[in-house]
Design a protein around this ligand. Structure first.
Ligand code: ADP
Ligand code: ADP
Length: 229
């Protein structure tokens, strides 16, 4: 089953930069697919076309068979979790209230949203006692874990992750990678994960899409196939 399909997708920014050049790609439901390649080869642009943060210049992007251009951008964004390099947590809200924000917008009661937030803390390897802290009182690695918990809070079928672990130190990074793999085994979400680190791509990916300069897809393979090549 295909969750995401790019068909002949290109993106040329108004300044003339071709960020993505005729991308054709099918991403299976429930897979962790990694977009890897050097800086500037169109990974983030490709990711952002999934939730319409970026609109393609040509071609179509489909999610579960539906052209994303036909879905209101706000609805798309609510239906996908998004984790970035900077956790993007709101500094004046506690950890639990950061995680509870989207469920609250979706009408979940405060007590239920907070209870769920505490449960999510456990699933990203954090102690519940951190729930009432503010982001600045956490380490960088802890903040990224909260970012992942927040992205999961709305129970999204698709999770977008853009270099989520690249700002933390290498040891913490390995922990975060291991936890993401554990999480994926339990949750079976469709995850699209961007990194410039080929080792990270091979560690995490069920599928790896290798991007090359000029925004072209060079290869789309399993980690095993990439290691054999
Ligand atoms: P990556 O994620 O692989 O680093 P990006 O998708 O961020 O690549 O960028 C691809 C290319 O598009 C780069 O040359 C980048 O400078 C350019 N680019 C990205 N965003 C914009 C923008 N808003 N306007 C103009 N050029 C952009
Ligand atoms: P990322 O870490 O996601 O690659 P960047 O730091 O490259 O982000 O870019 C930050 C913002 O600037 C993004 O919104 C991106 O679209 C935009 N941007 C990146 N490259 C360019 C560019 N060459 N011209 C204009 N905007 C750009």
């Amino acid at each position: 089953e295909t969750a995401i399909r790019y068909s002949g997708v290109s993106k040329v920014y108004p300044n003339g930069t071709t960020a993505v050049d005729h991308l054709d790609l099918e991403i299976p439901t429930g897979s962790l697919t990694v977009f890897v390649g050097p800086s500037g080869c169109g990974k983030t642009t490709s990711l952002r076309m999934l939730n319409r943060m970026v609109e393609p210049t040509s071609g179509t992007v489909e999610i579960n068979g539906r052209n994303v251009a036909d879905v209101p951008a706000a609805q798309l964004r609510r239906s996908m979790g998004y984790v970035m390099q900077q956790s993007g947590l709101m500094p004046h809200r506690t950890v639990e209230d950061n995680i509870a924000t989207v469920p609250r917008l979706n009408g979940v009661s405060k007590s239920k949203a907070r209870a769920n937030a505490r449960e999510l803390l456990g699933s990203v390897g954090l102690d519940e006692s951190l729930a009432t802290r503010y982001p600045a009182q956490l380490s960088g690695g802890q903040q990224q874990r909260v970012g992942v918990a927040r992205a999961l809070a709305a129970d999204p079928p698709i999770l977008l992750m853009d270099e989520p672990f690249s700002a933390v130190d290498p040891v913490v990074r390995q922990d975060l990678q291991r936890e993401l793999l554990d999480l994926q085994k339990r949750l079976h979400r469709t995850i699209v994960f961007v990194t410039h680190d080929i080792d990270e791509a091979i560690t995490l990916g069920n599928r790896v899409a290798v991007f090359a300069r000029g925004g072209k897809l060079a290869q789309y393979a399993t980690p095993e196939e990439l290691l054999r090549a």
